[in-house]
Design a protein around this ligand. Sequence first.
Ligand SMILES: *Cc1c(COP(=O)(O)O)cnc(C)c1O
Length: 372
Amino acid sequence: MDTQEPYLLTPGPITTSMRTKKAMLHDWGSWDDDFNEITAQVRERLLKAANAEETHVCVPVQGSGSFAVEATLGTLVPKEGKVLVLMNGAYGQRMGKTLDYMGRAFVALDKGDYEPPRGEEVEKILAEDPAITHVAVVYCETSSGILNPVQEIAEVVHAAGRSLIIDAMSAFGALPVDAQTLPFDALISAANKCFEGVPGFGYAIIKKPVLAASQGRAHSLCLDLYDQWVYMEKTGQWRFTPPTHVVAAFLEAMKEHEEEGGVQGRYQRYCRNRDRMVAGMRALGFKTLLEDQWLSPVITTFFSPEAEEFNFKTFYNLLKERNFIIYPGKLTEAESFRIGCIGQLHDEQIDQLIVAVQEVLEAMNITLKKTA
Ligand SMILES: *Cc1c(COP(=O)(O)O)cnc(C)c1O
C-alpha cells in the first residue's frame, strides 16, 4: 500500500507513517474518558517538547493552522492593542490580513519575498512606537523556506516589554523551541507539520498568566482559546466536536517523534534530507533562492530553469507520475518551485527523487548549465 502512494514533498499535509494512519481505524466518543486521556496526553507532550510545562499551557483548537493563528491573535490581542507584524512571505501577510478582519490595529515590517527581519530594526520600531503591544513573527516562513532569526527577535521584544506571538507552524517539532530561553507569550503550530500527524487541528502554547488575563477578548466564540482552555481544564473535553481520529493519530505520531529522538532526532533527519536533496538538485544544475545560512530543514525554494522548454505544470505532472508531489513557488518576482523535506522521508526517497527529477528533465528536453 505504502509504495503505491505518492510522497508529499510539501509543507503539510505531509507523508505520514502507517502507524499514524492506522491509529484512525477506530471511533471515539468525544466525551469518553479514553478520548479525554488522549487529549490530555497530547497537550502534556506538546508542552514538554517546548520545555514549557511549568510556565505555559497548551490549548488545541479545531481547524487548520490558520484557525489556530486567528484564535491566538483574537484571544490575546485586546481590542485597543496594536501588533507589529513581521512579514517576509505569505504567512506573515496572512497574520496582517487576519488582524484586519477582526479589527485589531497593526503595523507591518515588510521585508519582501525573503529578506529576514532582524532584531535591530524591530528594536527601533518598538522604541519609536510605544502603542505597539504585541509582535508577531513567523519562525519558518514556509513561502520561501527561510528560517527567521526568532531568538534575536524574541530577545529585543522581551527587553522592550512587549508580548511575542510566534507562528511556529512549520518549525515546532523539528526546530528547537525552549520556552525557558526563548521568551514568548504564545507559540502556534498544527497537527500536520513537523510532528507528522494528519490535518484537523492546531494549537497554541501560551504563557499561563497571559491566557488567564484574556477572558472576554476574543472576536469569535469558536476561536476563543480562553474559553476552550477553561472548559478543557474543567471537563477534560473540547468545547465543540473534536476531530477525534486526528487527535488519536497525532498521539501516535508524537510517540514516534519521541522514539526518533524528539526534536533533536527529527531535526537531524530533516537536515539530512535537505542537505541530500539540495546537493542532488545543485548537481543537476538547479539553484536555491536562499544562501545556505537561511535554508530551513523544512522546505527549499529553487529557481525554475530559464530554459524555454520548462513549464511547471508539466514538470509537476511528470514528477507525480513518478510518485512525488512537489509544491509550486510563491515568489512575486522570480519563477520558482519548492521541495519539502518534512514527513516520512528518508535517504531512499530523496535519492529516488533526484533520479526522478533527472528523468523528467530529460523527458522535457532540458539541459541545465552545471555550476561549480
Ligand atoms: C502551514 C502553515 C500555516 C497554516 O496554514 P493552513 O493552510 O491554515 O494549515 C501557517 N503558517 C505557516 C508558517 C505554515 O507553514
